[in-house]
Design a binder for this molecule. Structure first.
Ligand SMILES: [Zn+2]
Length: 63
């Protein structure tokens, strides 16, 4: 049985992939915030960029 959630980022309805983390969270009602795959990727990319930015700053600080 497919589950659908509203993406809290782009507000679009999307299907939760069976067996995925968000699918489990939906079933267990652990969270009401979900993000579609597209926004998930963007968030992950932004997080990676942030980590790289922080690393660069610490490298500069150490020198
Ligand atoms: Zn989205």
């Amino acid at each position: 049985m497919p589950y659908y959630a509203i993406c809290s980022s782009c507000r679009k309805k999307f299907e939760l992939v069976e067996g995925s983390m968000q699918y489990k969270q939906y079933k267990e009602r652990k969270t009401k915030y979900f993000t579609c795959e597209k926004c998930n990727e963007q968030i992950r990319f932004a997080a990676i960029k942030q980590v790289f930015g922080d690393n660069n700053t610490s490298v500069i600080d150490d020198q």
